[in-house]
Design a protein around this ligand. Sequence first.
Ligand code: AMP
Length: 281
Amino acid sequence: MQVCHTIREIGEFVQNARAVGKTIGLVPTMGYFHAGHLSLMREAKKMCDVVVVSLYVNPLQFGPKEDLGEYPRDFERDCAMARSVGVGAIFAPGNAEMYPAGYNSFVEVAGITDKLCGLSRPGHFRGVTTVVAKLFNIVRPDQAFFGQKDAQQAIIIEKMVRDLNMGPEIVTLPIMREADGLAMSSRNVYLTENQRRAAPVLYRSLCAFREAVAGGERDVAKLRRDIKEMILSAPGVQIDYVEILSVPGLEPPDTLTGKCIAALAVRFGKTRLIDNMVVEV
Ligand code: AMP
């Protein structure tokens, strides 16, 4: 596995692979790998000849009061994990490489970025689409792999690729969970013991939502109320949002029809966790 810190190095790596006819899969990440990241890398390896994993904690997608400084990092461990699943190259640029002095270009998807995480994290998705567009230009992958864990992000990136006629096919893969249902996240390490014990309430509330829909419930206001109620039964939680929206338009339906997502963001103390469940009726 090659470790590249510069755009030139990763450019050469990709060019060499392409020259011998290999297809390239890109997995964009912020590092501190868990089984969710590894599932994306494994799938990429199945579908593409060569897998490039970008590992970059992108300052542009963090708000001024967010956890950029504390975001967990362990580069050596990440490299060992990526190597173990057959990743071809890690691209881990520094900030000066990605945003040199005078950098002033941004990519913005309008509309669907204004809701859910876009509301509570203004500018977040502009940072995400900008860095992902840059990564697509640097690596020029055939396919790029994202997790359903960040459902809104995946929808926004698909829209960006369609709207701007970008090259890669976007592949979105299922949420990997801990044994008790908590969605894996690099941020789970922030949770105290008590918060960690309480956190699976998120998945339980989404499973109850899925069961209610399977049982015929179509009243969106009621479904939403029930999710909130179950979450608030846990100690010390603060709901950022609980929404039920259409997919991929992210519009609020009155009654549940077609493909819909229940998406939530909940704070356990300082730690903000997100999760979601898609249903189709
Ligand atoms: P991150 O490093 O948190 O930016 O995540 C990098 C990629 O891994 C994103 O496409 C995420 O959606 C995906 N990812 C994060 N957590 C999970 C998970 N629990 N299951 C599947 N994919 C995930």
